[in-house]
Write a protein that binds this ligand. Structure first.
Ligand SMILES: Nc1ncnc2c1ncn2[C@@H]1O[C@H](COP(=O)(O)OP(=O)(O)OP(=O)(O)O)[C@@H](O)[C@H]1O
Ligand SMILES: [Mg+2]
Length: 282
C-alpha cells in the first residue's frame, strides 16, 4: 500500500545520530529535518564527513551494526522507523525502500551470477513466485536498466561485467520490487565521466517512469543540479541551507554553499556555461 499523496515518503524531524567512540558519543548528524515527497528527488550535499551517508543508513535501518544512537524522528510513509524491529525492517528494506551504494563490486557477491543476485530479491520477498517467473522478471529488469544481451548477461559473474554494467545490476536489484524510495549514496562516483552520465540518465528515467522518490547523496553539485528537485546542504551534521535546487545552486545564500559552488572543477563550470549559452562543448 502506498502513502496518500500528501504524506511525505520520508519525513525527518530533528534527527540526531551519535556514534560511540573512545571518548564517548560523537554527533554525526545534528538536528536535521526535511520532507521528501512522492516522486521527488532530494539531493543531500556537503563535504566529506558532514553526515550524508549516516542519514541514508539510518533510513534503511543499517546503523545498528555501528551501535549508533538515533534521536528525533524518521517516518517512512507515516511509519515511525524507530518502532521497527527486525522483521519490520526486513519487510520494508528492499520492498519499499532500497539503497544503491558507490561501489557495485562491494555490493555484489563475487561468487554468484548477477541474475541470481537480482532473483534473490524475489526469492526472499516473493517466495510464491516460480523459478520461471523469477527468471522472466530478472530478464525484464536487465532490459529496463539497459543491459543488452540480457539472456547472456544474466548468467555472468560480476567480474565479467564492466563497472557501469555492474552498477546497472545493482540498480536492477534495488528497483526489482518497485520501492517507493530509492536512496542513492554517491551512485556514480566510482565510474568514469561518460558512464556516470549514462547511469544518471538511467536513474532519472526509472524515477520518472515509476514515480519513485529518491534521496540522492552526492558531493557533486553539478550532478545534483541535473537530477534533483530539492537540495539540502550539510556541514558538520547540520543543514546550512535547503530549498529548490535552482534557487540554492543559482542563488546560494549561505557562505558555505557559495564555497562549495566555487570549489567546483573549472572545466565543468565552463562546460555548463557553454551549454547554457547554446555553444558547443567541443
Ligand atoms: N559506523 C561509524 N562509526 C563511527 N563513526 C562513524 C560511522 N559512520 C560514520 N561515522 C562518522 O560520522 C561522521 C559522518 O559520516 P558520514 O559517513 O555520514 O559522512 P558523509 O557526509 O557521508 O561523508 P563522505 O562524503 O566522506 O561519504 C564522520 O565523522 C564519520 O567519521
Ligand atoms: Mg558518505
Amino acid at each position: 500500500m502506498s502513502a496518500p499523496e500528501s504524506m511525505p515518503v520520508l519525513q525527518v524531524r530533528d534527527l540526531t545520530i551519535d556514534y560511540p567512540g573512545r571518548g564517548g558519543l560523537t554527533r554525526a548528524v545534528d538536528g536535521v529535518s526535511f520532507a521528501l515527497g512522492a516522486g521527488r528527488v532530494l539531493g543531500v550535499v556537503g563535504e566529506s564527513g558532514s553526515g550524508k551517508s549516516s542519514i541514508g543508513m539510518a533510513a534503511m535501518g543499517l546503523t545498528e551494526a555501528s551501535h549508533a544512537v538515533i534521536g528525533g524522528e524518521m517516518k517512512f510513509a507515516g511509519t515511525d522507523l524507530a518502532k521497527l524491529k527486525g522483521q519490520g525492517w526486513r519487510s520494508l528494506r528492499g520492498e519499499r525502500v532500497s539503497m544503491v551504494f558507490q561501489d557495485a563490486m562491494a555490493t555484489l557477491n563475487p561468487v554468484l551470477r548477477v541474475g541470481d543476485q537480482i532473483a534473490d530479491m524475489f526469492r526472499y520477498h516473493r517466495p510464491q513466485m516460480s523459478r520461471k517467473a523469477r527468471r522472466a522478471a530478472v530478464l525484464d529488469l536487465l532490459e529496463q536498466v539497459g543491459i543488452r544481451d540480457a539472456d547472456k548477461r544474466i548468467d555472468n559473474y560480476p567480474h565479467e561485467l564492466s563497472g557501469g554494467m555492474r552498477q546497472r545490476i545493482v540498480i536492477a536489484a534495488a528497483i526489482a520490487l518497485e520501492p517507493e524510495l530509492l536512496i542513492a549514496d554517491e551512485p556514480t562516483t566510482a565510474l568514469d565521466v561518460t558512464v556516470q552520465a549514462q547511469i544518471l540518465d538511467l536513474m532519472q528515467d526509472l524515477i520518472r517512469e515509476r514515480e519513485m522518490a529518491m534521496l540522492f547523496i552526492s558531493h557533486d553539485l553539478d550532478v545534483v543540479g541535473d537530477i534533483c528537485d530539492d537540495v539540502v546542504v550539510m556541514r558538520h551534521g547540520k543543514i546550512v541551507e535547503a530549498g529548490r535546487v535552482d534557487d540554492v545552486l543559482i542563488r546560494p545564500r549561505h557562505p558555505y554553499t557559495q564555497e562549495l559552488l566555487a570549489a567546483r572543477p573549472q572545466f565543468r563550470t565552463a562546460e555548463v556555461a557553454a551549454v547554457q549559452s547554446g555553444g558547443s562543448h567541443a
